[in-house]
Design a protein. Structure first.
Length: 95
């Protein structure tokens, strides 16, 4: 895992963190990243490892656009993605 802080990618997307492969990009300084957010992004690293880089992105965005085409707004679609549900669940477990 390679972490990047104060990065433009999450700020551009208006999110706190983005994981691409083994890289985690945070919008904030190291000392502002919560343990919970770090755990959330680590789950995405595990998902990339399980599915591979391209397959994970394909499956992730396939789900996102399926919900968008059903009429969900951006945030609703994001919250329905199974990978995000898994990350939210695991971020709350064990501390």
């Amino acid at each position: 895992m390679i972490e990047h802080y104060n990065h433009f990618i999450p700020r551009l997307l208006k999110v706190s963190g983005v994981t691409l492969g083994k890289h985690i990009y945070y919008a904030m300084d190291f000392d502002r990243v919560s343990h919970r957010l770090r755990k959330h992004e680590m789950v995405h690293i595990e998902q990339y490892q399980k599915y591979g880089f391209m397959r994970f992105l394909y499956l992730y965005f396939k789900e996102y656009f399926r919900y968008r085409f059903k009429g969900f707004n951006h945030y609703q679609a994001y919250y329905e993605i199974s990978f995000e549900k898994e990350a939210r669940l695991k971020e709350m477990l064990n501390g």
